[in-house]
Ligand binder design. Structure first.
Ligand SMILES: C[S@@+](CC[C@H](N)C(=O)[O-])C[C@H]1O[C@@H](n2cnc3c(N)ncnc32)[C@H](O)[C@@H]1O
Length: 206
């Protein structure tokens, strides 16, 4: 999933179509839901995004995320400064805690990113609550709603489609399919081992 997404960052780039130059990217704030080990967050930093809020609900994962950022940007204070690791557990409360335990404001967000976060259908209701909260609460610098970029490694096509349909209905969001690609796991030779990757962009429709 990440290999594919990272080797083709056009999905993320396309979210900033009107702001393609690096100076503009530097001004952007992106929140990632379910960052895991932080590959997307690290990619965003390398692309030049000014502030990345990398969130996850698992404290062990947060520790590994921090180590990963440390290893990737060893000695590069400027790059490390771009990524903030934040504890965010999906669900109604959706409280975001900073590294030192404080609560943070989320009102200035340009983009929300979620990669491979639909991996377990039992988590969808809580995930939907968090996405709802973020999309309804946050605005960007020019007082518009943030966009939401969702990258799916297809695992449960029926449940994933229902989740996406609910999202669009609930928020009157326009859903744009940015990319549909396939990749094979390393070491697999058979064609039917290829996995489907879907990348969608959501934008609030007034
Ligand atoms: C399949 S991993 C994807 C990680 C990363 N986005 C990637 O593409 O490699 C899903 C991530 O969601 C996080 N997660 C699962 N349930 C969560 C919850 N209830 N609240 C917050 N994060 C959760 C997991 O800890 C894990 O890091």
């Amino acid at each position: 999933m990440n290999r594919d997404f990272i080797s083709s960052p056009d999905g993320i780039r396309s979210c900033f179509l009107n702001h393609e130059d690096d100076d503009e990217l530097e001004m952007k704030t992106v929140l990632e839901i379910g960052s895991g080990l932080g590959l997307i967050a690290i990619l965003l930093a390398k692309m030049g995004v000014g502030k990345i809020l990398a969130t996850d609900g698992d404290q062990h994962i947060i520790q590994r995320l921090k180590s990963n950022i440390e290893m990737n940007f060893e000695g590069d204070v400027e790059m490390k400064r771009r990524i903030e690791c934040i504890s965010l557990e999906w669900g109604e409360e959706c409280l975001m805690m900073t590294q030192d335990g404080g609560e943070i404001g989320v009102e200035k967000l340009d983009l929300i990113v979620g990669a491979d976060i639909l991996y377990l259908p039992s988590l969808y209701p809580k995930l939907m609550e968090s996405i709802s909260f973020l999309l309804e609460t946050c605005k960007n610098q020019v007082n518009s709603y943030p966009k939401f970029l969702l990258a799916i490694q297809e695992r449960y096509p029926v449940e994933e489609t229902t989740f996406r349909n609910n999202l669009v209905e609930k928020f009157h969001f326009q859903q744009i399919l940015i990319s549909e690609t396939y990749f094979k796991e390393e070491g697999c030779n058979q064609d039917d081992d290829s996995k489907k990757i879907l990348i969608y962009l959501y934008q609030y429709e007034c």
